[in-house]
Design a protein around this ligand. Structure first.
Ligand code: GLN
Length: 547
């Protein structure tokens, strides 16, 4: 049965709990253990699918089609373990399950209460797959003391209590603020936040203290004493240049050793950290750089394209270059010449997105890349825009557009080269979209296979003709236009296995122009850069040599 590590946070938000959890997962793997990471989010949205990327950052999609928090992306990038639907839950989902059961009469007329009904639902969630791994790491979103978080804290307390002693530990992340005037690190906020945890029955075993300055021995002793934690279990977390240093940094600070000690695992298996040393080396010793533009809509919040930025970094690591990303707001040149905004980049990436705003700019970015022979990677909406660009400017279909925008405007302005997908094959059955569907959960989501055309650029990049990638979209390029577009040189080089849904397009007479209907960025890892991103950055390096 899995040992459980519950990860909570205090003092302030954004301390890097997700990263600490992911790094710890990687370190336990390095010691030969199997791990699974989970996120429990206190917000009331049922899932992040309908949350604005401006609010919440990107929506991370799992193979089994769940729309989850972006922390699951970190977990996957650090551990390589594909996340599942059952690795992410919110208060909204828990309450909705409880209420559904109540309506069905499952509770046999009982009064439904937070304790035990909501907490039981959370505990059931925690227990899923407990026999499958050595360690289950469960991160509680938010900060201790948040009203919404209370049922989760109560549930993990009960869960640990129900298990045999030594089966669960609690790790708490806090901040040690530095007061420049007195030149001191202050421990009081940490003490308060631990008190808050203790008041709800949780005594943390390990404290991870974020600090901008080295933690003096004296302060460490003080924290240990006042927070009732062993001194060697007070672990420092200093600021890092790159998130991928985290496993090595936490190892140096003794986090994995502390965790194994807390469980009483002795002797602890020695860690194998070669892979992380290699990652470190590639990040810290680049042999050059490339400049890549991400032409998008949510450019004010970089977390909105988190996985893309990370995948580009991985692509850079594969080529031993640093990728300098610049965020370009597509709306700036919706009705202007794009050239002044896009000149000087070694490659252009147009990411996924929803809604019409900024799409004319994205179409121009695709045109600019095609005409100037600059490497272009279009992801999901970015592929759709590249197809519309080809239809309009090369195949002479002036009115080419996407039904998505006509839906919004309630009219018929465009010839729907990209249409609203109503049914598709998943595995061996048909999925049909109901027209009266809610906004949430109506997309073609999760992993689907695609078949690549032999001899195409993508087949060469992937090194094969069958791939599996993750999707999240409602609209689709219409195969009706395939012949017209292929005649002008836009090859449909990847299709769904039934040949109905275009998955990849590429310009034949262009050094590197690829549009994909899926999200390759979700599967890229620092130790296994995604082939499309690795080759895209390679192409950018080549462009940089030409200028
Ligand atoms: N809005 C487009 C669609 O639904 C693209 C989605 C995306 O880029 N993820 O098909």
């Amino acid at each position: 049965m899995a040992r459980y590590i519950f990860i909570t946070g205090g003092v302030v938000s954004s301390l890097g709990k997700g990263l600490a959890s992911a790094a710890l997962g990687a370190l336990l793997q390095a010691r030969g253990y199997s791990v699974r990471l989970r996120k429990l989010d206190p917000y009331l949205n049922v899932d992040p699918g309908t949350m604005s990327p401006f609010e919440h950052g990107e929506v991370f999609v799992t193979d089994d089609g769940a729309e989850t928090d972006l922390d699951l992306g970190h977990y996957e990038r650090f551990t390589g373990v594909p996340a599942r639907k059952t690795d992410s839950v919110s208060s909204g989902r828990i309450y909705s399950n409880v209420l559904e059961k109540e309506r069905r009469g499952d509770y046999l007329g009982k009064t439904i209460q937070v304790v035990p009904h909501v907490t039981n639902e959370i505990k059931e969630f925690l227990a899923i797959g407990e026999d499958e791994v050595d360690f289950m790491l469960c991160e509680i979103g938010g900060t201790v003391g948040d009203i919404e978080g209370l049922p989760f804290f109560e549930a993990i307390r009960q869960f640990a209590h129900d298990k045999p002693r030594g089966q669960c530990i609690f790790m708490h992340l806090t901040l040690l603020p530095y007061l420049a005037a007195s030149g001191e690190l202050k421990t009081k906020p940490t003490q308060h936040s631990v008190k808050e945890l203790q008041s709800i029955g949780i005594a943390p075993d390990i404290l991870v203290c974020r600090s901008e300055h080295p933690i003096p021995e004296k302060e460490r002793e003080k924290i240990a004493l006042f927070c009732n934690v062993r001194k060697q279990f007070v672990v420092a977390a200093y600021d890092l240049k790159s998130i991928y240093e985290a496993p090595l940094a936490y190892h140096d600070q003794g986090l994995d050793q502390a965790v194994l000690d807390a469980f009483g695992i002795s002797p602890a298996p020695a860690p194998k950290l070669d892979m992380w040393h290699d990652v470190y080396d590639r990040i810290h010793n680049p042999e050059g750089h490339v400049k890549i533009a991400i032409v998008g809509k949510y450019t004010q919040l970089e977390d909105a394209y988190k996985s893309i930025a990370e995948a580009l970094t991985h692509g850079g690591m594969a080529n031993r270059v640093k990728v300098k990303i610049e965020w370009v707001d597509a709306e700036l040149f919706d009705s202007k010449d794009a050239a002044p905004f896009l000149q000087g980049f070694h490659a252009i990436l147009v990411p996924g997105g929803f809604g019409e705003r900024g799409t004319e700019g994205k179409i121009k970015a695709a045109q600019f890349a095609r005409e100037k022979q600059i490497p272009y990677l279009g992801i999901c909406l970015g592929m759709q825009m590249a197809v519309i660009e080809a239809a309009r400017n090369v195949a002479g279909m002036d009115k080419a557009g996407s039904e998505e925008f006509d839906h919004e405007a309630g009219g018929k302005r465009f010839e729907p080269v990209v249409y609203h997908l109503k049914e598709w094959v998943q595995g061996n059955h048909m999925v049909a979209r109901k027209t009266d569907d809610d906004k949430g959960g109506t997309m073609r989501l999760g992993a689907y296979d695609a078949t690549l055309v032999e001899g195409s650029k993508v087949a060469q990049i992937y090194g094969g003709t069958t791939i599996e990638e993750r999707h999240r979209h409602r609209y689709e390029v219409d195969t009706k236009y395939r012949d017209v577009l292929e005649k002008v040189g836009l090859q449909f080089s990847g299709m769904s296995p039934d040949g109905k849904l275009p998955e990849i397009v590429e310009w034949k007479d262009h050094p590197w122009f690829i549009g994909v209907q899926f999200h390759p960025e979700l599967k890229s890892k620092p130790f296994a850069p995604h082939p499309l991103f690795a080759d895209f950055v390679r192409a950018a390096v080549e462009t940089s040599r030409l200028v």
